[in-house]
Design a protein around this ligand. Structure first.
Ligand SMILES: Cc1cc2nc3c(=O)[nH]c(=O)nc-3n(C[C@H](O)[C@H](O)[C@H](O)COP(=O)(O)O)c2cc1C
Length: 200
């Protein structure tokens, strides 16, 4: 039995491919681990403020010294960190928007990057403190970026791998629904992506 966290970041609601793909990944995880619990977080619906000076300052204030106002400022970041630590498996919906991830997902990343909590500094540089997690990234894109001419612009998968590695999360599987805007590919892109899901 596992606890699964499914993060959604598409702005396309019920028409979203990354949400459908994430749901299919969750279903396969639940098949493998019956009775697993699921927490779903729709980042696109949350209107998360950008990381700003006031919030960043609170990251460095010990919890017992926070004012009521600072506690309110840091609450969402604390909630995201708690959700992250509570999960055994995290499914991240990552639709490709303007060659990168949606800004809501970037905000989530900024909120969970907490010095002394999710990562620290050792003698040889940063040390990840979020260990023992498995991540599946449900990517969706209009074009094709895993191969061919688009591969030179495949920024999202390497970016997420580098970022999650900083936190200590190295067990990452990327599942892609790609070519969703390309005639001849779009017709089977989702089916192909769902078929490629392997729960390790
Ligand atoms: C605002 C926006 C920007 C997009 N930018 C790109 C892009 O840079 N490259 C690409 O291949 N597709 C792009 N697309 C197409 C999306 O990747 C495609 O619609 C995909 O299905 C989005 O995932 P979703 O359905 O889960 O929202 C863009 C779509 C939107 C809405």
């Amino acid at each position: 039995m596992k606890h699964i966290l499914h993060l959604k970041s598409s702005i396309l609601g019920s028409a979203s491919y990354s949400i459908r793909l994430g749901d299919a990944i969750v279903e396969k995880i639940q098949d493998k681990y019956p009775g697993s619990s699921l927490e779903e977080v729709d980042l696109a619906e949350m209107e998360i403020p950008h990381l700003n000076p006031a919030l960043f300052r609170t990251f460095f204030i010990p919890g017992d010294q926070l004012t009521e106002e600072e506690k309110a400022t840091i609450r969402l970041s604390d909630d995201f960190v708690k959700q992250l630590f509570a999960a055994d498996i995290i499914v991240i919906g990552a639709p490709l928007y303007n060659f990168t991830i949606p800004s809501s997902l970037k905000a989530w990343i900024d909120y969970i990057t907490r010095p002394g909590i999710t990562f620290g500094y050792g003698e040889n540089g940063p040390v990840g403190l979020v260990t023992g997690k498995k991540i599946y990234v449900a990517m969706s894109s209009g074009g094709v970026y895993s191969e061919g001419p688009g591969k030179a612009n495949d920024f999202v998968a390497p970016y997420l791998k580098a970022f999650l590695g900083l936190l200590g999360i190295t067990d990452l599987t990327v599942v892609r629904a790609e070519g969703l805007k390309v005639e001849g590919l779009k017709e089977h892109a989702m089916e192909k992506a769902i078929d490629s899901i392997e729960i390790i």
